[in-house]
Design a protein around this ligand. Sequence first.
Ligand SMILES: Nc1nc2c(ncn2[C@@H]2O[C@H](COP(=O)(O)OP(=O)(O)O)[C@@H](O)[C@H]2O)c(=O)[nH]1
Ligand SMILES: [Mg+2]
Length: 414
Amino acid sequence: MILIPFTLNRRHVRLGTIALAFIFVIINLVLYCNSSSKAQIIDKVGSFTNEHKITLTDMINDGQIRNFKNSTTVKSKDILSFIRPSFANKGQRPKACFVTLVKNSEFDGIVKSIRNVQKKFNSQFKYDWIFLNDEEFTEEFKLGITNEISSVVKFGLIPKEHWSYPEYIDQSKAAETRKDMARVIYGSSESYRHMCRYQSGFFWRHPLLDDYDWYWRVEPDIKLYCDTNYDVFQWMQDHEKVYGFTLTMYENKKTINTLWNTTVDFFDNHPEYISSDNLMEFISNDQGHTYNLCHFWSNFEIANLNLWRSPQYQEYFDYLDHAGGFFYERWGDAPIHSIAASLLLPKDKIHHFADIGYRHKPNDNCPIDTKVWEENNCECNPEKDFTFHKYGCGTQFYDAAGIAKPKGWETHRG
Ligand SMILES: Nc1nc2c(ncn2[C@@H]2O[C@H](COP(=O)(O)OP(=O)(O)O)[C@@H](O)[C@H]2O)c(=O)[nH]1
Ligand SMILES: [Mg+2]
């Protein structure tokens, strides 16, 4: 080792002090800059939070959901701007079709439904009919169906990616759920879950539906009881309605344990998607704290496809899909469509077709207005109408929508 002789003199001490002072200043400067940029970030978060401070949860807690229209902080992105083009066609025939999701094995049941719908409505109005299946329809099925319908008939195969597990779903957990839910109706069924997910998030994406604005959903073994002598699609279009139903009821809570909380989480992030004139009072008895399980029974729907095609609904579906409840519970498309329509749309866009007598086991929609019942040659018993039955949700719907209930409704509570 080479030793360099070194003597510490005053000059060295002075230089050292200056160097230390310099380092001290630099360190402080860095610390200051750091803390001031943190302050700026906190400020930004603060103002961000301020801009979005009203969430669905806030509205629920403040009991504000009814007076949501008075809120000034939430900017509204108008879902109706996606739907309005379908109203532009007033007085003209709408682009509409029937849609049926069905299995080959359900041939007899769907033929019964078709004969009935043709007789009561479609032999007069001749709308196209689209059939969808997750498997190829057999030639026999296609021939048999085509023979029953005098208008255009199209058959579509559902793409695999619309009827399979997304990569974010844990399939062993899904299988476990099916075992645990064996006692719940369809609780052990895998295909029923794919069906519900498909009806919620995909049927309207099938390319065969691209040509249409409106659809009427028909299932096997349903029945129309009355003649419908007006064009219901044109009525929806000309009256600027978006979603039409016949039956309402309560969902089985066991199938949707976390659906409401997941919905609240979604709308907490998107309060601007909630209509200022929403139908929250149909789906909640406590202004949004809890879901009352009321829903439109989706085996019958006459509705506008652009509702589901809207970014608002697609984002909602996507959020639900990632939460996994289609497979880890047994979320149905009926509560999902109903919650979405009730929150995204102004209430006057939703219509009860009291005049379309309809049966899907075990419930009937039968006009209790004698004049309507007689004029349309209805074949049902108004005493069995489910609309205002204590197990249905028609009373909640009429009250929430602010529509007068028909005369005599009190004596149809079952
Ligand atoms: N292609 C196909 N359609 C199905 C399947 N499961 C149910 N569907 C259809 O989905 C709709 C609802 O099913 P459905 O058995 O009527 O259920 P429910 O009304 O809730 O008892 C009907 O139109 C069925 O034909 C399936 O696995 N494949
Ligand atoms: Mg059914």
